[in-house]
Design a protein. Structure first.
Length: 84
């Protein structure tokens, strides 16, 4: 299913923000948009977007993850991978 990437991006956003009320809507023409479920009515947070643009939008929302700390072994391994 094509929406797996979109739902994974949504789960990452929920985990980062601590807000479980985020949801996504898939339209008939394979576009997605993000909504925030509220008591009165859901609030649309973006216009319908194609899959790649939706994933990029959702990944840019909310607090961003802290940069990964790299050890000297990690850096050496990455240099070794780039050589090949």
């Amino acid at each position: 299913m094509r929406s797996t990437r979109a739902s994974a991006a949504l789960e990452r956003l929920k985990r980062r923000s601590g807000e479980p009320r985020y949801s996504m809507v898939r339209t008939a023409d394979e576009r997605f948009y993000l909504v925030l479920k509220e008591a009165a009515a859901p609030t649309r947070l973006c216009e319908p977007l194609p899959l790649d643009e939706f994933v990029a939008f959702v990944d840019g929302c909310g607090p961003q993850p802290a940069p990964r700390r790299a050890t000297s072994n990690d850096l050496a391994f990455e240099r070794q991978l780039r050589k090949k």
